[in-house]
Design a protein around this ligand. Structure first.
Ligand code: PLP
Length: 411
């Protein structure tokens, strides 16, 4: 393991393929960061595993070779992560002017961005026009009027609401997507405004979404293509299957569902560009969070610890993303042989975040060995919808948490 000077250089270093860090390699990397004092001992930090990102991109390309990913920046806008994804050929889904600015500042060209927010501030549409981001989504007539006024060159994707919602932890249907009866009027509105509708997008919902939802959504998208053809609009060329992918066995199932629906409904569309907006798939498992124990209280058997990140910071995912988090202690740093990862007697434990709000409780009824102030507690799979949505509440500044890039080669 180690740190490359730049993420892009690492990703492009094609001579030896990086692989995901083993548990031990990750532990060693974190210990080396801490002991070499590359990390302020008082602050939490993230480790971004380059090999994991490489592996996820390989999995994507082999399972969905004809679907071009536009990584959803909102999920985790860490610049080194965006650079790695860019170097591996990903494009980007941006939700705002600021996200477009992050991506452009990395030297990525505007034609690799979809402005996939169906309801944008006028100022952001003006900005997209200025920098040449010419593809966006819509699901209301008012959006058509705003785009006609400020960015008539922009092509549109009609965002539809999937018929069968994916029953995801974070459903999108209650907020976004045209209903079936709204498709015709929304296409006509764009036609009247002389805007080009180049395709259809949808999102089945994020986090543990039911892959079957892709089937209905892709079938509904085909109906939109047919309606547009009936209205005499120019031929649609883009199908955007959105996000909702989770890595692991769920991804395999999702890829099968997407491919079979595409075969059924879009086999007769030569020249169709199929894109997706995965966020969680690439981000979740690539990041590990290390926190320090800043306080301790013993109440009988119960051990209570305060750590320096919490529900108002990275662990906001517990509230907003309906996630559950897991923690393991980082092996002994201070020559105390009684604290070794998972080996010693465990106690029922509560882990609090650092703010003065009792809601800020990260883990309850959790088993951990006895730990001390200044020990490190590590949270795996913390890349998706974590740091991105954290606050500065009580002065604990989530956006200031540093990310250290790690990589390892096969031995
Ligand atoms: N695209 C859009 C428009 C979204 O709103 C989101 C998530 O909120 C995503 C893509 C990413 O979704 P996921 O993380 O489930 O892949």
């Amino acid at each position: 393991g180690g740190a490359f000077p730049t993420a892009a250089a690492a990703a492009e270093n094609g001579t030896r393929k990086v692989i995901p860090l083993s548990r031990d390699a990750l532990q060693d990397f974190m210990l080396s960061i801490i002991t070499q004092k590359l990390q302020d001992e008082k602050q939490p930090f993230y480790v971004l595993d380059l090999g994991e990102v490489v592996s996820l991109m390989d999995q994507w390309k082999s399972a969905l070779p004809n679907i071009r990913p536009f990584y959803a920046v909102k999920c985790n806008p860490e610049p080194s992560f965006l650079s790695i994804l860019s170097a591996m050929g990903s494009n980007f889904d941006c939700a705002s002017r600021a996200e477009i600015e992050y991506v452009l500042s990395l030297g990525i060209s505007p034609d690799r961005i979809v402005f996939a927010n169906p309801c944008k501030p006028e100022s952001d549409i003006i900005f997209a026009a200025k920098v040449g981001v010419n593809l966006t989504t819509y699901d209301s007539e008012d959006e058509v009027y705003k785009i006609r006024k400020h960015h008539p060159k922009s092509e549109l994707l009609l965002r539809i609401k999937p018929m069968l919602d994916g029953n995801a932890r974070c459903p999108m249907g209650p907020k976004y997507g045209a209903l079936p009866e709204e498709v015709d009027p929304l296409l006509r509105a764009a036609q009247t405004a002389r805007l080009t509708v180049s395709g259809v997008s949808f999102h089945i919902g994020s986090g543990d979404a039911d892959s079957n939802a892709y089937l209905g959504a892709i079938a509904a998208a085909k109906e939109v293509f047919e309606t547009a053809a009936k209205l005499g609009m120019s031929k649609m060329t883009v199908l955007d299957v959105g996000g909702g992918f989770t890595s692991g066995h769920q991804f395999t199932t999702a890829a099968v569902a997407v491919k079979s629906a595409l075969k059924q409904h879009f086999d007769d569309e030569p020249g169709l560009a199929i894109i997706a907006e995965p966020g969680r798939f690439f981000a979740e498992t690539a990041f590990t969070l290390a926190t320090t124990i800043i306080g301790k209280r013993v109440r009988g058997e119960l051990r209570e610890y305060w750590i320096n990140d919490g529900l108002y910071g990275s662990m906001n995912c517990v509230l907003y993303d309906h996630a559950t988090v897991n923690a393991t202690p980082l092996a002994v740093l201070s020559n105390r042989s009684n604290v070794t990862c998972g080996r010693s007697k465990t106690f029922p434990t509560t882990v609090f975040g650092p703010t003065c709000d009792a809601l800020d409780t990260v883990l309850r009824d959790y088993q951990l060995p006895e730990l001390q102030v200044n020990d490190w507690l590590v949270f795996p799979n913390m890349g998706a919808y974590t740091k991105a949505a954290g606050s500065n509440f009580n002065g604990f500044n989530t956006s200031a948490i540093v990310t250290h890039l790690a990589y390892s080669y096969p031995s």
